[in-house]
Ligand binder design. Structure first.
Ligand code: ZN
Length: 238
């Protein structure tokens, strides 16, 4: 088990839908931002499908969720939010998606990339299937970190546009189960809750919701000796 990374300088968070990163990692993101990290959010889809409201259209929903993500990012101290706008529900690990992410890695030069663990498919215990977009975003992000962004002969036309190869040092995968690395979010759990409440189209932010988030963070904290924590798998790339 490892705990608390040294504050990264530059962080790139790659995920599928507005709110993914805020649910899984916003306590850590807020903590790093407070300590001076420059953080970019890269949202792969247009977030146009997650609604049961019969009056909702994909266009309206996408605009609402984009605004929610921008507002949430502001609360956390995330300076830059990039929307790739692939269609929600249909994200595919293809060369286009991988190149989109590679470009941002070469542009931002993160020392830490954080994304969703693509190997997690379902949980019988929790009665949960991991959304295919989450898996696609995570897989493409990992492939972009290594080898695509690192090796100069991948997408060689990037060099002409001033985008040079970049070697990411640390990769954190959001662990849906079996976390091995923990970040202490005791100082930022309140910000995390505030951020999640901004995603009004997705979240009924009542007392029950707050309890669920606190309980989950407390559980991860128990495993790692913190009051509240977030859990990841960590790969240090040599
Ligand atoms: Zn999602």
């Amino acid at each position: 088990m490892t705990k608390n990374l040294k504050t990264p300088k530059t962080v790139l968070a790659v995920f599928a839908h507005p709110d993914d990163m805020d649910f899984s990692s916003s306590g850590s993101i807020a903590k790093w931002a407070k300590k001076g990290a420059t953080i970019t959010y890269l949202v792969c889809t247009d977030g146009s499908k997650g609604s049961e409201n019969p009056a909702m259209t994909p266009q309206k929903l996408s605009a609402i969720r984009k605004a929610e993500q921008l507002k949430a990012a502001k609360i956390l101290g995330v300076k830059d939010v990039i929307f790739l706008k692939h269609r929600d529900g249909e994200l595919i690990v293809d060369t286009k998606l991988k190149e989109d992410i590679t470009k941002v890695i070469r542009q931002k030069k993160p020392d830490l990339v954080i994304t969703l663990d693509p190997t997690f498919l379902y949980s019988t215990k929790r009665g949960f299937i991991n959304h295919s977009d989450h898996r696609a975003a995570g897989q493409a992000a990992i492939d972009a970190v290594f080898p695509l962004a690192r090796d100069r002969l991948n997408f060689p036309h990037h060099e002409k546009r001033g985008l040079y190869p970049h070697k990411t040092k640390t990769l954190l995968l959001v662990a849906f189960e079996g976390a091995e690395h923990f970040e202490d979010i005791t100082g930022t759990i309140a910000l995390k809750l505030e951020t999640l409440k901004v995603h009004k189209s997705q979240v009924m932010a009542d007392a029950k919701f707050e309890k669920r988030i606190r309980d989950r963070s407390r559980q991860l904290g128990k495993k790692s000796g913190f009051a509240y924590a977030e859990g990841f798998k960590r790969i240090e790339l040599s």
